[in-house]
Ligand binder design. Structure first.
Ligand code: 5GP
Ligand code: MG
Length: 467
């Protein structure tokens, strides 16, 4: 099965000193992007060594393991889980052999036409050991490398065929680091420098976590090659318009990251202010569902003048609750994750702010707990417009059937979650708040920015249903 929504990191250093440790720290800064598994691949001047494992970065790596990963140029990856822990052989980076020479790559995104490419490569005699799009990407680059004997060319040729979202880091045994990004720029990819280093990362906060200076984005459709500390840039493919994943701003990225030139904190703050303008409420306090509701709640509070109350307490040691095998487990995990300060809640008219409603599990449970603690009214405000369509481009939403907004009106949802009022951000308000209209809104509108996708095959492969 395909896994998406991950984090990637890469460093090209002039000195063989603590590089794997920096990648390790970079991955910890990206841990929120994936908690299922993690890996580091590093070139030691002779060969690429790799360590991968299931679990958190801290669980996979320790001083001893890192001390064995010597070298100047390396990449790392954190992987997102769908249902529980996946298979070890699907954890990235992925290593590919090229007539005795190796390269390793790590991907954030989803190659939407990977199935067709896989079939074609199988016909050409390639053998696959997993069913992942990452392996297809590696084999496709290998195929073109054998033809062109040049990585930039091989990546550029591959980009002519690839459809979907892909932000990729790659290291080879020539001692080169590559970073490249799909022409729509769906998933983020930034770069920066440190003393003797060039750094590439999914988010700017990861570059800053190792004291790097953030220089900007790898542009959509661009290939970065770092060799002997020189950056060569090539715009391999361009599209008329970009399609940045709006969910990076709503939920996924850290608020202290700048994604496509926009500080995520500002986007969330503006979304909160906009909600206060669109859906004012007569209330005593504004409470965020932590952590992704926090900054929007601050914006709502400042705009409306209603004081903020941090009376929902998140246990930071509990993993993600988004997807669990059963609905029962999902409901239980809300209680495991959130504690309530009852005195603050009792007798209050509350504005409750969350980033998104997917199945509706979290918000239903939170509203009912607030009521059981004596909340007088609960007015729900959501920074993401109704999510109605599945994502094939890097976010692991459930099937359309499970998306509560795909088959209920807003008032029906309000009744289902027992809220006194419910206000969803509008698409227009979303665009204004983030500050660009070059966004992928496919999960809201059903208009997918990627052309030429064979939906039938995707439905088969992803096992989802489209209207
Ligand atoms: P629901 O409970 O409605 O199915 O999902 C919405 C909740 O899940 C919100 O609280 C939101 O913060 C969170 N959420 C939204 N997208 C994701 C995601 O991709 N991963 C995780 N872990 N949580 C998510
Ligand atoms: Mg949440």
């Amino acid at each position: 099965m395909i896994k998406e929504k991950c984090g990637v990191f890469g460093i090209h250093s002039e000195v063989d000193k603590g590089v794997s440790k920096k990648i390790f720290h970079g991955l910890i800064a990206l841990q929120h992007r994936g908690q299922e598994g993690s890996g580091i691949a590093i070139f030691n001047g002779m060969t690429i060594n790799i360590k991968r494992g299931l679990g958190l970065v801290m669980e996979v790596f320790n001083e001893h393991v890192l001390s064995m990963l010597r070298g100047k140029i390396g990449i790392g990856h954190v992987r997102y889980s769908t249902t529980g822990y996946g298979k070890l052989e699907e954890v990235q980076p992925f290593i590919e052999n090229l007539n005795g020479k190796k390269f390793a790559l790590a991907l954030n995104g989803t190659i939407a036409n990977f199935y067709e490419i896989r079939e074609e490569l199988l016909r050409k005699g390639f053998k696959f050991s997993t069913n992942t799009d990452t392996e297809v990407l590696a084999k496709l680059i290998a195929y073109y490398y054998i033809e062109t004997e040049d990585f930039v060319e091989a990546i550029a040729e591959s980009m002519n065929i690839l459809q979907g979202s892909y932000s990729v880091v790659l290291v080879n045994e020539e001692g080169e680091l590559y970073g490249f990004r799909d022409p729509l720029g769906i998933k983020p990819l930034t770069y920066g420098t440190n003393d003797n280093e060039v750094i590439i990362a999914s988010e700017s906060a990861a570059i800053e976590s190792i004291n790097g200076l953030v220089l900007g984005d790898i542009r959509p459709g661009e290939i970065f090659r770092i060799k002997e500390s020189n950056i060569e840039r090539k715009l391999a493919r361009t599209e008329k318009k970009r399609a940045y994943c709006m969910f990076e701003y709503i939920y996924f990225s850290r608020p202290d990251s700048t994604i496509n030139g926009i500080l995520v904190y500002n986007a969330r703050y503006n979304l909160g202010r906009m909600l206060a303008q669109l859906y004012p409420a007569d209330a005593d306090i504004v409470i965020p569902v932590p952590d992704t509701g926090n900054i929007a709640a601050l914006g709502f509070s400042r705009e409306s003048g209603i004081p903020i109350s941090l009376s929902l307490i998140r246990n930071p040691y509990i993993g993600r609750t988004f997807i669990r095998p059963s609905q029962k487990m999902r409901e239980l995990s809300v209680s495991l994750k959130l504690g309530f300060v009852k005195n603050e809640i009792k007798g209050k008219r509350i504005v409750l702010i969350d980033d998104s409603i997917v199945r509706g599990t979290t918000i239903s449970k939170v509203v009912s707990l607030l009521r059981s603690m004596g909340a007088k009214e609960v007015h729900v405000r959501i920074t993401c417009p109704p999510i109605k369509y599945p994502c094939f481009l890097g976010i692991d939403f459930p099937t359309q059937r499970e998306l509560i907004a795909s088959n209920k009106t807003i008032d029906e949802i309000r009744r289902t979650i027992h809220a006194d009022s419910l206000g969803y951000m509008t698409i227009d308000g979303l665009i204004k708040s983030i500050g660009t209209d070059e966004l992928c809104l496919a999960c809201l509108t059903g208009e997918y920015p990627v052309r030429g996708i064979c939906w039938k095959k995707l439905e088969e492969v992803f096992g989802v249903m489209r209207r």
